[in-house]
Design a binder for this molecule. Sequence first.
Ligand code: UD1
Ligand code: UDP
Length: 350
Amino acid sequence: MKILTVVGARPQFMKAAAVSNVIRQKHKEILVHTGQHYDGNMSKVFFDELKIPKPDYNLGVGSGNHGKQTGTMLIKLEEIYEKEKPDIVLVYGDTNSTLAGALCASKLLIPVAHVEAGLRSFNMTMPEEQNRILTDHISKYLFVPTTTAEKNLNNEGIKKGVYNVGDVMYDSVLRISKLAKENSKILEKFDLENNKYILTTIHRAENTNDPKRLKNIVEALNESGKRIMLPLHPRTHKYIEDYGLAFSDNIKIIEPVGPIDMIALEMHACKIVTDSGGVQKEAFFMHKPCITMRDETEWVETVENGWNIIVGTNKDKIIHGINNFNPTNKQEEIFGDGTAAEKILDILDC
Ligand code: UD1
Ligand code: UDP
């Protein structure tokens, strides 16, 4: 079978790291990188460190408004699908690369496999929510990571082709944690001590594109007075400058880090403060209290299990979470057993 996989942004590289090499044990995979993320520390470092196969095509689409970015991907993908004639197109998650990959396949009547299907924030103003709902409704195989995701699909009338395989991110994190323990020097590099700093990431459009929300976040982190490591997404970097905001000395701003150093930073942080989807889960995998600066989450189980609190961008709530959120609850097995990629392969094989 010929499987064409579309990736484009760093959370998709994390997922492909678990799946691509497993698929290739039995099938031919054509890997297409849309070029949505293109800086070395947003793209190449993931392929190098995680030994993801080199993309067969890089569309070089780059940044842009949603229509231009997604539309350019569609035009370029169509040519490749016509040439390669894949049996299945596989997409991950909820970015513009996901939607373009799925929509282009659907129009050409190529079956779509969606990994990380069924996630919902129930907030249609998020570009990710639009992308994932549209992708789910044109997919033939819907690989869901959790029972909540399965229920979400059932509620929308999608019952056929839904497989709860667990979370491929968990597969990846298990592997990368080992690499991080063996190879990462990030603690030494920044003179960090185990459990003595907070790790933060900020990149969600609803936070960066709203001056008031971003100002609240910056002020909360500043006023917390805690030592905070902040690998800054280029999107956020730009808006911080545009809005004339500034971080105080307790916050160490660094360039985005590679996946091995990122997992090392998570493993040794005392808490994680984030608006990322992937990082909320990684915090859970590592038993780190997670303070989520969003108004809702798709990963509701992490909240129900007591390891994640949703604080929005209210300054007092963020600071209160940083100072007081110290869960000790026993975790349930929510995200599978670390063999999601093998399960996906078995199902595609049938
Ligand atoms: C995208 C996804 C988001 C995901 C995130 C992961 C969509 C709509 N959004 O958001 O769901 O959580 O990736 O990180 O697909 N930039 C660079 N260099 C890069 C990439 C981006 O400088 O290599 C800057 C550019 O200024 C660009 C901005 O970041 O305009 C946003 O990039 P884009 O890919 O459009 O969205 P993300 O915020 O990364
Ligand atoms: N990540 C990374 N380096 C960083 C920030 C994030 O390797 O500096 C990884 C992180 O561990 C996670 C993935 O990138 O696996 C998530 O990406 P992001 O937060 O950008 O997107 P989201 O998950 O919110 O879609």
